[in-house]
Design a protein around this ligand. Structure first.
Ligand code: CTP
Ligand code: CA
Length: 224
């Protein structure tokens, strides 16, 4: 019901969102992942859809219901997320990268389950770096308006602004306070070229709606 009354600030816009963790297989039964719940990305997808946008949500392995009216593409690995997002991105006006993409994956994933060795030798894992999806989208010839999220455990503002510049995106959003994976309430800080502003503590859907309104305002002032 509340959704019905959301102002259609993104009418006619197309929004692409990544959400959740990625899962990087070690062998058929094990892998590397993280505690991202996907809740923030799903809330942003829902808020953008309520605001009138056509929304594509590329989701890592999470068990969350797809927001109504949102096109969802499920992936497992960072490479699959990259290969799904990159061709889709040019058709979108906004890209919001909330996914907690695994920075590294096993250099080789074993075809069969790795068994314990008789001599109790412990296997070593060689890792290789995953592609940076947000930075790759920002490098496209005419990229959508790119919004990154910064997962930090310290020095939020400094790290967020460094990430903004390094990934060459106009806006980075940070979670204020301790690690928020799975939590339902937190505050956000929005870092752009001019400085930063806070969206005060609220539940994730309220934060998502406020962020969507903020992004819509940025689109209106930067493009026709
Ligand atoms: N991101 C991405 N692809 C990656 C890594 C990160 O698209 N391979 C995106 C995230 O979705 C997020 C932003 O980049 O929007 C910042 O992610 P974060 O993990 O905070 O930054 P990193 O550049 O990976 O640096 P670090 O983990 O060392 O802080
Ligand atoms: Ca990272």
């Amino acid at each position: 019901m509340v959704a019905f009354f959301q102002p259609k600030v993104l009418a006619g816009r197309r929004v692409l969102v990544t959400a959740g963790p990625t899962f990087e297989p070690i062998d058929p039964v094990r892998g590397i992942t993280n505690h991202s719940s996907g809740k923030m990305g799903f809330a942003i997808a829902r808020a953008a859809q309520e605001a009138g946008a056509q929304v594509t949500l590329v989701a890592g392995p999470v068990h969350l219901p797809t927001p109504r009216g949102v096109v969802r593409l499920d992936v497992q690995t960072a490479q699959q997320m990259h290969d799904t997002v990159l061709p889709a991105a040019p058709g979108h006006d906004v890209f919001v990268a909330t996914a907690a993409v695994a920075d590294w994956r096993p250099a080789a994933s074993a075809q069969q389950k790795i068994k314990k060795q008789g001599d109790r030798r412990v296997p070593t894992l060689e890792l290789t770096e995953n592609p940076d999806i947000l930075a790759a989208v920002a490098r496209l010839p005419s990229p959508p308006y790119c919004v990154g999220f910064a997962a930090e455990s310290e020095n939020l503002l400094a790290h967020a602004s460094e990430k903004r510049v390094r990934k060459n995106v106009p806006l980075i959003v940070g979670n204020v306070g301790p690690a928020t994976f799975g939590r339902d309430h937190n505050a956000l800080v929005l870092v752009d070229a001019d400085g930063h502003r806070e969206i005060p503590t609220a539940d994730k859907l309220t934060l998502a709606r406020a962020l969507v309104r903020d992004i819509a305002g940025r689109l209106d002032s930067s493009r026709p």
